[in-house]
Design a protein around this ligand. Structure first.
Ligand code: HEM
Length: 209
């Protein structure tokens, strides 16, 4: 026994094998956050959300202009709705992970003002995400029909039949989408400013570097 590592003698060499407990601890450390870094799970949640939000925004703007005879006329909205519901579940899981794990502390070089603006922006991004997904659900279910998710299962229409529900929810959905993309752009610009101007580790931490 050397330290906590097992040492085995084979005919021509000595082999050190990491005990399972250390292996599990190493994997768990990489997955979870620490005071100074975002773990793999939080980073995956973040970058997948960023990709899906951007893709959904482009898809949403494109699909509303399709004419009835276009081959994507029905498929694009179906995909948009299914991805929206998946993003909803994904964001719930993200928040559960977020509140059951440590969150990295702000960098010491950030002023109290920067820290509170960042905190406010992050909360706003989560809020806009949920508002966007809820308004999308209300558009789809306005006529009382359930929402089909990737033809795997359906989400029933709980709130429907409100006067002009589809129009109102549609307008709210568009406004929230524009707000989310604008705030996300500001948020990304702040991350780039930290990286290229302040030359601190804010962006590197979220990239796992
Ligand atoms: C739609 C796109 C995006 C959304 C919705 C989004 C959302 C978020 C949220 C909610 C957080 C806070 C995480 C938490 O505390 O739970 C966060 C952190 C972060 N995001 Fe984004 N993000 C987006 C795109 C981007 C992009 C494009 C960049 C970089 C260019 C970026 C860089 C960062 C960084 C560096 C952090 C960590 C900040 C810190 O350590 O205080 N994000 N993002």
């Amino acid at each position: 026994m050397i330290g906590t590592w097992q040492c085995y003698y084979l005919p021509h060499e000595m082999v050190y094998i990491m005990p399972l407990s250390i292996y599990i601890k190493t994997v768990m450390t990489a997955l979870g956050n620490s005071h100074n870094h975002w773990g793999l799970v939080a980073r995956l949640f973040h970058w997948l959300t960023a990709f899906i939000v951007l893709a959904m925004f482009i898809l949403g703007l494109w699909m509303v202009d399709l004419n009835y005879y276009h081959q994507w006329y029905k498929t694009a909205p179906d995909l948009h709705k299914s991805a929206g519901i998946s993003l909803f579940a994904f964001t719930l899981l993200r928040l559960i992970w977020r509140f059951t794990h440590l969150t990295p502390s702000p960098l010491a070089s950030h002023s109290a003002f920067e820290v509170s603006v960042a905190r406010f922006t992050h909360r706003l991004l989560y809020l806009l995400l949920f508002g966007l997904m809820l308004s999308g659900y209300l558009i789809s279910t306005a006529d009382g029909r359930a929402l089909d998710v990737f033809k795997l299962f359906e989400i029933p229409a709980i709130i429907h039949g409100i006067d002009k529900q589809e129009d109102i929810a549609g307008t709210v959905h568009l406004i929230l989408a524009i707000m989310l993309i604008s705030i996300a752009l500001l948020h990304a610009s702040a991350a780039l400013k930290h990286h290229f101007i302040d030359k601190d580790r804010t962006l590197k931490r979220m990239l796992g570097l």
